[in-house]
Design a binder for this molecule. Structure first.
Ligand code: ADP
Ligand code: ZN
Length: 603
């Protein structure tokens, strides 16, 4: 007889309610159904298989390629009083034999395995003699060649259906794109499985994209008032990672660099510090973040443009998994457009792949340049319509005007044309402004009819015009000619007056900051009242002590959200403590008394 999911949700996980599609998925699997689940990062995927595994008899087998993630999940489950274990290349032989014994004796609730392990003949034979609750195939997009992370071992998982008829199979992924989803069904033999697709919205994440001026200074301003918060800063190059990390450290931040060029030990140390300490900022190339599910990452900052909206939403999705307010901040400018286009053009990919890469970049550039709500563009990209502007992105909080830039575009294009399409943005702007520089005079460009025709706008405005024309592909950049601006698609139509073009008017950084500051004050009002802060800090200190004692990350003991509730409610006694969201039976047993003592001491 399956156990009741709602009861276990509270008693084991300490959660009051299911989130979004969780309840439907859980009930479907408890009844024995197969499923394909698409949930954004931080959406609460793991509960979709962990809870049914506890409700059904037998052990739940979770297939995952990410060994570090397995370790964290197993630790978090053990803290909840769940019998969980992992088998992978990093597990010591003694521990593996303990796990095999537990499997034979039927005492395990959940077992995490890599696909290689699972598909070994001995292991499959052993599973055939074991009562199984379900198979959960995590990171299921790894089975698809369309996806960004194809792993051939995943193809073998197609056999599970035939080998274990009657055992429900659940494929889970955070990748939304429809080709990958269709591929998952075909390749995993899940054609008949029910599909559960959640909204991709992460309402607690505030999106902010600012015009890049000096990325360091702007990052410094963004980080002001965020002491003690954990975050990730993404940069494109290893050198920039190291420079920015050193600079932040010089500003008194605990900031650590992370990129593929560092020794494994240094990378592990950075990752460990990020997980186990409060308030660490990791400055990283995209090599960082996969397989890390730290719930209390408060911000993700991009100092360089990612490759696509998919990459952007995956990276920013690492913020705010605990549901508390979090920020996705990015500084973006013309250099990003030039750099990304060059990376694609100079890459080794065949022409048709490059076309796709350019299209993906274009979609991201449209997000950067939109005058509308960022979240509407972002969700629209994933085929999801958001009826109203979100009210929690920079363009909602500090609205952007648009203007008819047709004449300005014509002037810029004609300056490019008249100078022979051989110069970069700085020189073209000098010609437009009528600047009397040596380079202008040496080339005789002060005698051109376009010289000085752009004096009605300032340099910043011209940079904005050129950036937007480049983002729209009207201006192309010739990488072989040192970044010379040339004509792209539609340039001639604009020059001939056949096409009009609207642009966003870039806002003064001050105006954007003021809009965001207003929103933060609003959010602060919902946050913890000042009177409860000292207790919250004391609870955090207790959490850190308990976490260190066991060598686990603090959030494995309790989430910030749970400590906040404790600070607000100030429970007295076990019964009241048990009602705090996030406090399940096992954690009450283990930590209840310690935290009650802290609360009593501060009363
Ligand atoms: P994903 O794997 O989809 O990125 P996780 O499964 O790690 O997300 O869940 C993200 C966070 O949300 C976790 O910290 C988890 O404890 C929390 N969470 C999941 N489901 C619920 C729920 N129903 N109520 C409250 N918190 C939840
Ligand atoms: Zn918005």
């Amino acid at each position: 007889m399956p156990r009741d999911p709602a009861a276990l949700l509270k008693s084991v996980f300490g959660h009051e309610h299911f989130r979004g599609i969780q309840e439907d998925v859980v009930r479907h699997v408890v009844r024995g159904g197969d499923g394909v689940v698409v949930l954004p990062t931080g959406g609460g995927k793991s509960l979709c298989y962990q809870l049914p595994a506890l409700c059904r008899d037998g052990v739940g087998i979770v297939v995952s390629p990410l060994i570090a993630l397995m370790r964290d999940q197993v630790e978090a489950l053990r803290q909840l009083g769940v019998d969980a274990a992992a088998l992978n290349s990093a597990i010591a032989p003694e521990e593996a034999s303990r796990t095999f014994r537990a499997l034979r004796e039927g005492t395990l609730d959940l077992l995490y395995v890599t696909p290689e392990r699972l598909l070994g003949d001995n292991f499959l034979a052993m599973l055939a003699r074991t009562p199984l609750a379900l198979f959960a195939i995590d990171e299921a997009h790894c089975v698809s060649q369309w996806g960004h992370d194809f792993r051939p071992e995943y193809l073998g998982l197609a056999r599970l259906g035939a080998l274990f008829p009657g055992v429900p199979r659940l494929a889970l992924t955070a990748t939304a794109d429809p080709e990958t989803r269709a591929d998952i069904r075909v390749r995993l033999g899940l054609a008949e499985a029910r599909e559960f697709v959640s909204s991709f919205d992460r309402p607690n994440i505030r999106y902010e994209i600012v015009e890049k001026e000096s990325s360091r200074r702007q990052l410094g301003e963004f980080l002001r008032g965020r002491d003690g918060e954990s975050g990730i800063v993404y940069c494109l190059s290893r050198k920039k990672v190291e420079d920015v990390a050193a600079w932040l450290a010089g500003q008194g931040r605990r900031a650590l660099p992370y990129h593929a060029g560092l020794a494994q030990a240094a990378r592990d140390a950075a990752q460990d510090a990020f997980l186990r300490e409060d308030g660490v900022v990791v400055v990283a190339t995209i090599a960082f973040g996969m397989g890390i599910d730290k719930p209390d990452v408060r911000f993700v900052a991009h100092l360089d443009l990612p490759a696509s909206i998919e990459a952007y939403s995956q990276e920013t999705g690492r913020a705010g998994r605990d549901g508390l307010p979090a920020e996705a901040w990015m500084a973006y400018g013309l250099t990003d457009v030039v750099q990304r286009r060059r990376m694609i053009d100079e890459g080794a990919a065949p022409a048709e792949v490059k076309r796709v890469e350019h299209a993906k970049l274009d979609a991201l550039l449209a997000l950067c340049e939109t005058a509308g709500c960022r979240r509407q563009v972002l969700l629209g990209h994933f085929g999801e319509a958001l009826a109203e502007p979100c009210g929690n992105c920079d363009t909602c909080l500090s609205p952007v005007e648009t203007w008819d830039a047709t004449v300005a575009a014509q002037k810029a294009l004609s300056a490019i044309h008249r100078t022979g399409a051989r110069y970069g943005a700085a020189h073209v702007i000098d010609v437009l402004l009528g600047s009397d520089t040596d380079k202008v005079r040496a080339a005789g460009h002060d005698r051109l009819p376009t010289f000085g025709v752009g004096a009605d706008l300032d340099q910043r405005a011209w940079r904005s015009v050129i950036r937007q024309l480049a983002a729209a592909g009207v201006i192309a950049v010739d990488h072989e000619a040192y970044g010379a601006l040339t004509f792209g698609e539609g340039a001639r139509a604009i020059l001939r007056g056949e096409r009009r073009i609207a642009m966003r008017r870039d806002r003064a950084a001050r105006a954007v900051a003021a809009g965001i500051a207003r929103a933060r004050r609003g959010a602060a009002a919902e946050e913890l009242p000042a009177a409860d802060r000292p207790l919250f800090e004391a609870l955090r200190a207790e959490r850190l002590r308990l976490a260190r004692e066991q060598g686990v990350p603090p959030y494995v003991v309790f989430h910030d959200a749970t400590l906040r509730e404790m600070a607000r409610r100030r429970p007295r006694g076990r019964e009241q403590m048990a009602e705090v969201p996030g406090v399940g039976a096992a954690k009450l047993e283990r930590y209840g008394a310690a935290f009650l003592r802290v609360i009593a001491a501060m009363a």
